[in-house]
Write a protein that binds this ligand. Structure first.
Ligand SMILES: Nc1ncnc2c1ncn2[C@@H]1O[C@H](COP(=O)(O)OP(=O)(O)OP(=O)(O)O)[C@@H](O)[C@H]1O
Ligand SMILES: [Ca+2]
Ligand SMILES: [Ca+2]
Length: 597
């Protein structure tokens, strides 16, 4: 591999000089050989790209352990998570730390050695912040705090017991977030949102049960179910890294279930990593629960978020480009899936910006052991989660419909918000594009149809096998929580307005809810498009003059249509050429052409 020259990153605002996360980064050589796609220089420095290590390569200790050895802001012992302090031969700490920009934004400037917890004197200087949350004030009356069970950048979690009443003696977990650490308005807002999201989403089987939130002068207390089985991370470590495919499926199904649910509610977690999934008991087959919605946010179905949030190893490329939505979580799940199946991280470097470069440019290896011995479906599954283009990446609900996982025990495919986004684009398309999509939908494979069938069934079609806007409204309401109000999911239905006056059968639904971009990302795209064009030729293609095509496409007068659409039409008979057909499938607008010119 040739020498790479570190180009500035697109956005993260972090220079090499700032790197280090407070530690001398002297890890063992990284274990992932970063592959170079198409012979391209991945822009990752040579010294950051390692050779194979004989050691188990995945290690991620407590995210902020280095400052727990300092004076703790709490009265609890500072070394409460000793299980992660592994001796050699494991590399020294290489945790899934939060991206430094996150910490800087939330806590003001961050010194290299102190990621998040400022000294008390520092915080007292911060005035004018309203740190009242409106939570109940009687935490101390109701609960008795016990031993600490875990820690993160933002809080520490303790066992606690109900002091009295019917539930006397029953154990819970309490995440204590010191107000002293909330040194910016953003940090306060994050805690407010963490509680709001937990309150709204609680009830899902794979999401930690939330009980209540309290506050006093010093702390916010988030009371929730106690998960006694430890973190997924620890189970990965104790197994020496690798999971069998079936064991990985058991984990993946639970992660995808809860994440698909969050996405339908319009919540993006933004910090999915093995540290943030807990087992309810020590049992091998214990249920897993998502925790830590501290970086989560509401996102409207059409909205893009732009703040760089998450933990470096798990962050999606589009997050670094500052334009993302729920697909970013699916990328993180892809990273987890990759780790489960092979024991190594797909994107590795010694420095934060090195990791970012790998995420943006490098293709993870699927050539080295154990990948050649894993099933084709498993590899396809992971690759589709780790597609760098979020529009081509599977959604969480689609991942649950993937052949690798869909027959595993009792997988239930949940309603997918993506279907409504695609339907909206379809409803706004010209009749010619609808015909093209219909032709394409006839070329779908049984696997692709499987997902669409599941989605259609969830919309509960009427006796004639048709759906209307009312069916969609009912299906969404059936799964609605308070989070949907915040993310405006019901408002989005208005964009499907035309369905108020007509119904849609399964055939049309397939045309409306298929994703051209996802199909384009598959190996079989050329084949799909060619056979779709043949179908379109028989039933849909017609002679069309350029002006009419331009108006069908909704192109404005500023577009020189004779120039840009010249090759779209076959000159022998005035019908759409293959190129025109393929372009039309993508959907175009005056803006597309404005960009081209
Ligand atoms: N309900 C629970 N039951 C048992 N342990 C828990 C529970 N919730 C959290 N923990 C433990 O406490 C740790 C810290 O919790 P959490 O991840 O919510 O804190 P945080 O400060 O937001 O962390 P981070 O640095 O990842 O943002 C977890 O990794 C876990 O080990
Ligand atoms: Ca956490
Ligand atoms: Ca957190």
């Amino acid at each position: 591999m040739g020498l790479c020259h570190g180009k500035p990153l697109p956005n993260p605002n972090i220079s090499e000089a700032e790197e280090g996360n407070g530690e001398k980064e002297k890890e063992e050589p990284p274990q992932m050989q970063i592959q170079v796609a198409n012979g391209e220089n991945p822009n990752v420095k040579d010294e950051e790209i390692g050779k194979k290590s004989p050691f188990f390569p995945f290690y991620s200790p407590s995210p902020a352990h280095h400052f727990f050895s300092k004076k703790s802001p709490s009265t609890h012992s500072s070394n409460s998570t000793p299980r992660r302090f592994f001796k050699k031969p494991f590399p020294p700490p290489s945790p899934a730390k939060h991206i430094k920009a996150v910490l800087a934004r939330r806590h003001g400037s961050v010194k290299p050695n102190e990621a998040a917890i400022p000294e008390a004197s520092e915080t007292e200087a911060v005035t004018g912040l309203d740190k009242s949350f409106g939570f109940s004030k009687n935490f101390g009356n109701k609960y008795e705090l016990g031993e600490e069970v875990g820690r993160g950048h933002f809080g520490y979690t303790c066992k606690a017991k109900f002091k009295k009443g019917e539930l006397k003696g029953q154990q819970v977990a309490v995440k204590v977030i010191p107000k002293a650490k909330m040194t910016t308005a953003i940090a306060i807002e994050d805690v407010r949102r963490e509680v709001k999201i937990l309150r709204a989403l609680t009830g899902h089987n794979n999401l930690v049960q939330f009980y209540d939130a309290y506050e006093d002068h010093d702390n916010v207390y988030i009371v929730m179910e106690l998960c006694e089985g430890g973190e997924l991370l620890d189970r990965i470590l104790s197994r020496g890294g690798k999971y069998s495919e079936d064991d990985a499926k058991a984990v993946m199904v639970q992660i995808l279930n809860v994440v698909a649910f969050c996405h339908l509610q319009g919540v993006v977690h933004r910090d999915l990593k093995p540290e943030n999934f807990l087992f309810t008991s020590k049992d091998e087959n214990s249920q897993m629960k998502a925790i830590d919605f501290g970086l989560s946010d509401f996102v409207k179905p059409d909205e893009r978020l732009n703040d760089i949030v998450g933990s470096a190893y798990y962050v999606a490329p589009e997050v670094l480009h500052r334009s993302y939505s729920t697909e970013a979580d699916v990328w993180s799940i892809g990273v987890i899936a990759y780790i489960l199946l092979c024991g190594s991280r797909p994107f590795w470097a010694r420095t934060e910006s090195g990791i970012f470069r790998a995420v943006l440019k490098a293709d993870p290896s699927f050539d080295e052991a154990p990948w050649p011995s894993l099933s084709t479906e498993a590899k396809d599954f992971v690759k589709r989660l780790l597609n760098k283009d979020p529009r081509k990446r599977m959604s969480a609900a689609q991942a649950l419909s993937h052949p690798w996982i869909r027959n595993y025990n009792d997988v239930i495919v949940p309603l997918d918000i993506l279907v409504f986004r695609l339907m909206k684009a379809y409803m706004r398309s010209s009749s010619l594009r609808k015909a093209a999509l219909r032709a394409l939908s006839k070329t779908l494979t049984a696997d692709e149809i499987f997902y669409l069938k599941e989605q259609f069934t969830l919309l509960e079609p009427n006796k004639n096998g048709c759906i209307s806007l009312e069916n969609i409204r009912m299906a969404i309401m059936k799964h609605a929580t308070d989070a949907m109000k915040e993310s405006r999911v019901p408002d989005f239905l208005a964009s499907l307005g035309p369905l108020q006056y007509r119904k849609m059968d399964f055939e049309e639904f397939c045309a409306a809810a298929l994703s051209v971009l996802q199909l384009e990302g598959s190996d079989r795209w050329e084949q799909h498009a060619r056979s779709a064009y043949e179908i379109f030729e028989k039933d849909g293609n017609r002679a069309i003059v350029i002006e009419e095509l331009a108006s069908e496409l909704g192109l404005g007068p500023s577009v020189p249509v004779h120039v840009v659409l010249h090759d779209w039409i076959r000159h022998t008979d005035g019908k759409l050429s293959f190129l025109g057909f393929a372009k039309l499938l993508h959907g175009v607008s005056s803006r597309t052409f404005a960009k081209v010119q």
